[in-house]
Design a protein around this ligand. Structure first.
Ligand code: CU
Length: 160
């Protein structure tokens, strides 16, 4: 019958739509990773970060670290005792809230002298709210086509 196959196609379409607009992983510094003397402001400039995306900091564990600081900590390269320090070498930071986010390396003078500092602005997740109308309009269209095909096939079957 057509109906079960239609349902499978429908589910597959929704899954494809959902994954194509889901969270993005941004590898900070791309292939260079989290390292000395990289221009992270230029790296971040042409990117739009949304809540639900992830920042991935890649570096040799022990050589650097990642500290989420506030604006003052960013400007003055100060790590306070309340700041969480990530040291795994592959630190994934989920962007959970909108607003400005500041990250620095807390090792030596990497922040002051070697530019290991990143500031980004995270936008509210508008993708979640667009997901529903896109999925709905897509599946409605599909259901209409499916219905027409089902009608056509059932008519064909009558003549066989
Ligand atoms: Cu460092």
């Amino acid at each position: 019958m057509v109906a079960p196959r239609l349902i499978i196609v429908l589910i597959a379409t929704i899954l494809v739509l959902a994954t194509s607009i889901s969270a993005k992983d941004y590898v900070v510094g791309d292939d260079s990773g989290w390292t000395l003397d990289f221009d992270y402001q230029t790296w971040a400039k042409d990117k739009v970060f949304f809540v639900g995306d992830n920042l991935v900091f890649n570096y040799a564990s022990g050589s650097h670290n990642v500290v989420k600081v506030n604006g003052t900590g960013f400007q003055q390269c100060i790590v306070s005792s309340t700041n969480e320090v990530l040291t795994s070498g592959r630190d994934v930071i989920p962007l959970k809230t909108p607003g400005r986010k500041w990250y620095i390396c807390g090792v030596g003078k990497h922040c002051e002298s070697r530019n290991m500092k990143l500031v980004i602005t995270v936008l509210p997740n508008t993708k979640d709210t667009t997901l529903i109308p896109i999925a709905t309009s897509g599946s409605t269209k599909l259901a209409v086509y499916g219905f027409i095909i089902a009608l056509f096939v059932s008519r064909l079957l009558l003549f066989v």
